[in-house]
Design a protein around this ligand. Structure first.
Ligand code: FAD
Length: 560
């Protein structure tokens, strides 16, 4: 029996499995071939429709299709893949409910693992920017947008209100433009249900590194798209790069900061870590496959989709990372695996893209199909027709058609689904000079410095704040308010750019009450810090002689 194993349940993996099922019907019936597919989720996401999940014009689960229904003759392993051993021809999948990893051996392996969102090299993005690639991302963004509208409606501080009503999307390519168009339509329509939000208070900003958006399309279509978005109230910042983020701002390469509580980044995507770990030929992180989509050094191992570097035999150009290419590569790889099994000739990959389309919300889109440029309603109608036809599964087609029809007549749904479980621990990033928390505020988090330096400051009536201490990597702060249920006894500010681990009250209390050594550590730390605070301030709150002496000593030490 020959074992064919496919890694990844996206366009590449699922279409390869579907084609193999068709081509190997007889072999599967005679149990001469076994087909397996490993993927993290048991569904395939139809990414082109993902932006519409933000606005709710498509139901949350209508853009996904269960893989079992699409490939009924394939054994589906819904597991996270941990490693691929090309030499031993073995894939290891993580343990499920039990503690047993799964070892899967193969004769033919198809790698279709796509790429991943990568915020490497942009400080604060991993902590504070919302990615936009998976179904969960669209859902999180939708819920987040509703949440900030709810907060803005009751917020009294005008600055905070402004930042709550500012939405920033970075990336003027297809996914960024489609996301900003849907987000803009959604927040403006949803805001009508909020008594205290005026339409002119909403600011939606698109950051684009080039001079014209949608560089994948002819310039005239990019210009049409940007004029249309600007007419609808999207502010486009051209030749602008996102450099980093904090909890309350998008930081631009020019040094400008845009105060916002919603930053979506569609820009970077990096190689899947499993692909990065493979010892095989790569081109800019993508697996190099030959004209038949096989790895030159590993016969029987094939690569398709976004994770593969494939030269189109017709054009001599590398195939772009799109769904239309991934599905064609998948069919080609299935045919070539069958050819290998039967000892017949393999086919070289060649595909002429049919066109490119981008939806702009509000019944308009831009498209270039068979070289013909279209924009506005006609392009939008074509977009919907083509993608509805391409959406796998009749049930999904019907659901989406119904969603679209209802969306024409019903108002924007503003129900916020709270899917997040208790946070426990999260990462936070601050640029130099930012306040992490304010003296007198309510304290719900303990902070641990990962890297950088923070300063603890105490208010002094009629004088500038007094520095109590500086903390560096491995040190923690914020425990006093958390343990005693007090308000914050000091202000904390970043001295340098700083990365923190923030532990929430519930997680901290669970650790504190069950780990006696930790309890003793914090009790001692609080005692020491309280005593120092008392020594450094007099009864009237002004710096004590001890503090002045310490400051003088520090000053003299720095002159040595
Ligand atoms: C918002 C958005 C809109 C888009 N719109 C269009 C469009 O209109 N037209 C178009 O042609 N293309 C579009 N694309 C691009 C298109 O979606 C991709 O090119 C396509 O999904 C690539 O398919 P793939 O199979 O290579 O990778 P993916 O679809 O990314 O599939 C990778 C699979 O591998 C699985 N996986 C990864 N790592 C592991 C692991 N460790 N363990 C288990 N499973 C794992 C994932 O769960 C996933 O199932 C869009 C992309 C996005 C993000």
């Amino acid at each position: 029996m020959k074992r064919i194993l496919i890694l990844g349940g996206g366009f590449g993996g699922v279409y390869a499995a579907r084609t193999l099922e068709k081509l190997l019907k007889a072999e599967l019936n005679r149990s001469e071939v076994e087909l397996g597919l490993v993927s993290r989720d048991n569904y395939m996401v139809f990414q082109p429709m993902l932006p519409e999940v933000i606005s709710g014009s498509i139901g949350i689960v209508d853009t996904i299709t269960p893989i079992r229904r699409l490939c009924p003759r394939t054994n589906l392993y819904t597991r996270i893949i941990e490693s691929i051993d090309l030499k031993r021809k073995r894939v290891v999948a993580a343990a499920g409910f039990g503690s047993q990893q799964l070892y899967l051996e193969y004769d033919h392996l198809v790698i279709a693992l796509g790429n991943v969102t990568s915020f490497a090299g942009q400080p604060g993005l991993a902590e504070h920017a919302l990615p936009f690639k998976y179904l969960g991302d669209a859902l999180v963004l939708r819920n987040h947008a509703i949440h900030v509208l709810e907060e803005a409606d009751i917020e009294r501080d005008p600055e905070m209100r402004k930042s709550l009503l500012t939405f920033v999307v970075a990336g003027g390519g297809f996914s960024g433009v489609e996301a900003v168009a849907e987000l803009n339509d959604f927040v403006r329509a949803a805001a009508k249900s909020f008594k205290n939000i005026m339409p002119e208070q909403i600011r939606v900003v698109l950051l684009h590194a080039g001079g014209v958006i949608l560089p994948e399309l002819p310039e005239s279509l990019g210009r049409f798209a940007q004029d249309l978005l600007m007419k609808r109230g999207v502010e486009i910042r051209f030749d602008t790069r996102l450099q980093g983020a904090t909890a309350d701002a998008a930081l631009l390469a020019s040094g400008e900061r845009i105060a916002t509580r919603t930053l979506v980044s569609t820009v970077p995507s990096g190689p899947n870590p499993l692909v990065a770990a493979l010892q095989c030929q790569k081109d800019r992180g993508r697996i190099v496959a030959d004209a038949h989509l096989e790895l030159p050094d590993y016969p029987g191992v094939w690569a398709v989709g976004d994770c593969a570097h494939i030269i189109d035999s017709r054009t001599g150009q590398a195939s772009p990372p799109t769904a239309q290419h991934a599905t064609r590569e998948a069919r080609c790889v299935a045919e070539n695996i069958v050819a290998s099994l039967r000892g017949t000739a393999k086919r070289r990959f060649a595909f002429k893209a049919l066109g490119k389309m981008g939806a702009l919300g509000h019944r308009s889109a831009v498209a270039e199909v068979f070289g013909v440029k279209l924009s506005g309603f006609v392009a939008w109608w074509l977009w919907r027709t083509i993608y509805l036809m391409k959406l796998p599964g009749l049930d999904r087609k019907i659901r989406v058609a119904v969603d679209w029809t209802l969306d024409l007549i019903l108002p924007a749904d503003i129900v916020q689904l709270r899917t997040d479980r208790s946070v426990g621990i999260r990462r936070e990033h601050f640029e130099p000079g930012e306040v992490i928390f304010e003296e007198g505020g309510h304290g719900d988090w303990l902070y641990i410095v990962v890297d950088g330096e923070v300063e603890v400051l105490k208010r002094v009536p009629g004088a500038s704040a007094m520095s109590l201490r500086r903390l560096g990597p491995g040190e923690c702060f914020g425990e006093i308010a958390l343990l005693g249920d007090h308000v914050r006894t000091a202000t904390t500010r970043s001295v340098t750019a700083v990365n923190l681990l923030a532990v929430d009250r519930e997680a901290f209390e669970a650790l504190f009450s069950t780990l006696p050594p930790l309890r003793h550590f914090f009790e001692r730390l609080i005692e020491e810090r309280m005593a120092l605070g008392e020594r450094l301030t007099q009864a009237d709150g002004t710096p004590s002689a001890a503090h002045r002496a310490r400051a003088a000593a520090r000053e003299s030490a720095s002159f040595r």
